[in-house]
Ligand binder design. Structure first.
Ligand SMILES: *[C@@H]1O[C@H](CO)[C@@H](O)[C@H](O)[C@H]1NC(C)=O
Ligand SMILES: *[C@@H]1O[C@H](CO)[C@@H](O)[C@H](O)[C@H]1NC(C)=O
Ligand SMILES: *[C@@H]1O[C@H](CO)[C@@H](O)[C@H](O)[C@H]1NC(C)=O
Ligand SMILES: *[C@@H]1O[C@H](CO)[C@@H](O)[C@H](O)[C@H]1NC(C)=O
Ligand SMILES: *[C@@H]1O[C@H](CO)[C@@H](O)[C@H](O)[C@H]1NC(C)=O
Ligand SMILES: *[C@@H]1O[C@H](CO)[C@@H](O)[C@H](O)[C@H]1NC(C)=O
Ligand SMILES: *[C@@H]1O[C@H](CO)[C@@H](O)[C@H](O)[C@H]1NC(C)=O
Length: 541
């Protein structure tokens, strides 16, 4: 993506001619997946966690009502008002548009007068239960961002269950139970969302808040409280979203709680208004829903900031080299690193966790026009290379770590004195200077002594004695008396000049002051020196 998009954008931005930076306008928006930055390495991309904007998800929903003949109008029926059995002006006839109440009216524009609504048949078969399932399917994982709100036009049901599926309708879990009497209907203690805590947030409760006896024109709504649950982490007015995001990042159960592919409203018992059902006028009892609100966003695992509806289907427009309906895997050839969802943290840009070939050591890549290639920049964890696939100089590859492991490169840690520069081979062995040994060149070979590195052993009190009265210092140096020099003080100094040499004196016999010269006949001279014990020289004097 990087290269292709970049090329396109370069063309567009050619006229701008200077650095452009895109940043989220405020923290927590996560509305930008990448931005272009200029670094010392040149033009490069900075990748961020991103998600599509929250929106009205009912625009993309498929609805099914079961059983199919539960929708009113075939045959036509006349209904009376629940609160007034003499007010019977509600007609349903599926064969005329004006009098039909199909499921689609739950999702149409509200604000019309009179309101439009889906309506069930009446409870003609009382006492057989009047039940209906309304199933909303997206065929896409959705993250809820606001309360689910159902508006009932003829009293709220006395019993209902809101269920969710996370696997396209294969399995279902209850989201919340609703009843006028939770104990009686579901043998559950009634609770309200306000009794939940961070610890009990995932508990499924039965609430009596939305089923109380019919109060005319009031309390038409039944809610599933998303925001109150968010507030358990983000505080009263959701002022601390960072805390919520942090929890969502780290707690899969919490994330999954707000994630759905389908919703099902199981209507189990309609509003009756009174304690007794009026068996003489069952036309008063039915379900009528004028509106269903579901706010949310496509779940794209923080790898896309837009989600398109194409051919009746929602799909994330995946970035960061991810793919799949939810950006749930790495694109082919971008699997150098295991797929990971993006992360909301750190605020405000989060972590993109891109599937690039930087092996997880960089979130940035840069297009190098000259090479027509994209390379990773700012490789972390002591890596280097176009894909952060190599270890920096002074580090070696940890054989027991995966390439994307943070510990992949281990410091050579070569001893600065014993080694020949801070680099090592692939098993961590440093290159040693003469005399040094050990993995890090921290030890000396026999015959060498440590002194800011390995120095060869010069003198001792056994085999390598300093001669001519010299004193051995730390086995490294003979301190010679005046008149002698050489590693072991074995050389009498030349007469005229220190270190100077009279070529002519190498003539076969020693002169009185002990001339000893090194020159072309080096070996001979050394021999002479070694074989002339001081005592003999003295005697000749
Ligand atoms: C993704 O893949 C494209 C090629 O398909 C590549 O040019 C780009 O650098 C990759 N990285 C990101 C983060 O998009
Ligand atoms: C709906 O259809 C089923 C059979 O499919 C039938 O048993 C039931 O009585 C019908 N209900 C209504 C209200 O027509
Ligand atoms: C509603 O769905 C449940 C669960 O699948 C099923 O058992 C029940 O029969 C359905 N009810 C109706 C009225 O279709
Ligand atoms: C759901 O989406 C998948 C692709 O993501 C598609 O193959 C399938 O046909 C869709 N199912 C329905 C019922 O639309
Ligand atoms: C009962 O329902 C019928 C229609 O089914 C209606 O005509 C009648 O007025 C209603 N009211 C009473 C009190 O019977
Ligand atoms: C090598 O990597 C493994 C796995 O991450 C890690 O446990 C180990 O500490 C690493 N070795 C070194 C020397 O860092
Ligand atoms: C690294 O150097 C050590 C010491 O010279 C040697 O024993 C080892 O085989 C080398 N490892 C490799 C992979 O070359």
């Amino acid at each position: 993506m990087c290269a292709a998009v970049l090329l396109a954008l370069q063309a567009v931005w050619a006229g701008v001619g200077h650095a452009m930076q895109h940043y989220p306008s405020a923290w927590g928006h996560y509305d930008v997946c990448k931005s272009q930055v200029y670094t010392e390495d040149g033009l490069s991309w900075d990748y961020m966690a991103c998600q599509p904007e929250a929106t009205d998800m009912t625009k993309y929903v498929k609805v099914a009502v079961d059983p199919p003949n539960i929708t009113c109008g075939d045959p036509p029926e006349t209904y009376c008002a629940l609160e007034n059995p003499y007010m019977c002006n509600n007609e349903c006839d599926a064969s005329t548009t004006e009098l039909a109440h199909p499921p689609s009216l739950m999702f149409d524009f509200e604000g019309r007068n009179p309101t439009t609504f889906w309506q069930s048949t009446s409870w003609k078969k009382y006492p057989k239960p009047l039940q209906a399932n309304i199933t909303l399917s997206w065929n896409k994982t959705i993250e809820l961002t606001d309360d689910i709100v159902l508006t009932f036009e003829s009293g709220r049901p006395e019993q209902m269950v809101l269920e969710k599926s996370l696997d396209y309708g294969r399995t279902w879990q209850p989201y919340q139970f609703y009843a006028t009497d939770c104990l009686d209907a579901f043998t559950m203690e009634p609770k309200t969302v306000h009794e939940l805590t961070q610890q009990t947030m995932l508990n499924i409760i039965c609430t009596e808040d939305y089923s109380r006896g019919y109060v005319w024109k009031y309390d038409k709504t039944v809610r599933f409280e998303i925001k109150d649950r968010f507030a358990l982490f983000a505080g009263p007015r959701l002022h601390n979203m960072a805390s919520l995001y942090g929890q969502l990042d780290t707690t899969k159960n919490l994330r999954d709680f707000f994630t759905i592919t389908d919703l099902r409203i199981k209507l189990l018992r309609p509003a009756t208004g009174t304690t007794m059902v009026d068996e003489n006028n069952l036309s008063r009892y039915f379900y009528a829903i004028s509106d269903i609100k579901v706010q949310g966003r496509c779940k794209c695992n923080l790898h896309a900031n837009s989600c398109i509806f194409n051919e009746h289907k929602l799909t994330c427009e995946c970035e960061h080299n991810t793919t799949g309906p939810d950006c749930g895997r790495c694109k082919k050839n971008y699997q150098g690193r295991a797929w990971n969802g993006g992360s909301y943290l750190p605020i405000p840009k989060g972590t993109a966790n891109i599937c690039c070939e930087c092996n997880g050591h960089s979130n940035r890549c840069s297009y190098i026009e000259l090479l027509n290639t994209v390379i990773c920049v700012s490789c972390k964890h002591n890596t280097r290379g176009h894909h952060c696939q190599l270890c920096k100089l002074g580090y070696y590859r940890n054989a027991s770590a995966q390439l994307h492991d943070e510990n992949v490169c281990v410091e050579c840690n070569c001893n600065p004195f014993g080694s020949d520069g801070d680099h090592c081979n692939s098993t961590g062995f440093c290159k040693c200077k003469a005399g040094a040994t050990g993995t890090k060149c921290q030890e000396c070979l026999p015959g060498y002594l440590w002194s800011s590195g390995c120095k060869s052993r010069v003198c001792d009190n056994m085999m390598l004695r300093c001669q001519n009265g010299g004193v051995c210092h730390g086995n490294l140096r003979c301190q010679c008396p005046a008149g002698f020099s050489g590693l072991l003080c074995e050389k009498p100094r030349c007469a005229g000049e220190p270190g100077g040499c009279d070529e002519g004196s190498i003539s076969g016999h020693a002169n009185p002051i002990g001339h000893c010269c090194l020159g072309p006949l080096l070996s001979l001279a050394l021999l002479v020196c070694a074989l002339l014990p001081r005592a003999r020289l003295d005697a000749e004097l």
